[in-house]
Design a protein. Sequence first.
Length: 80
Amino acid sequence: MGASALSGRGVGRALLLHLCELMATEGLATVRLDTHARNESAIRLYERCGFTIIWHGVEFSKSMGVPLEKVHMEKQLADR
């Protein structure tokens, strides 16, 4: 089954929330991630999982060798 066949079925949301639970169990207080600023579907997924954009700008991608428009997102995990 390809990625497009899974789109909209909640698989990504379930995986991301599970990973956040695991990180909270390990004692982490904050989760941070980044993605391309034009990756609207990923940003919507992250926002539905409780992440907020904390930075929007241009960063140089070492792997691609070019500057890219990025967003950094963050989620506070439940206090233990």
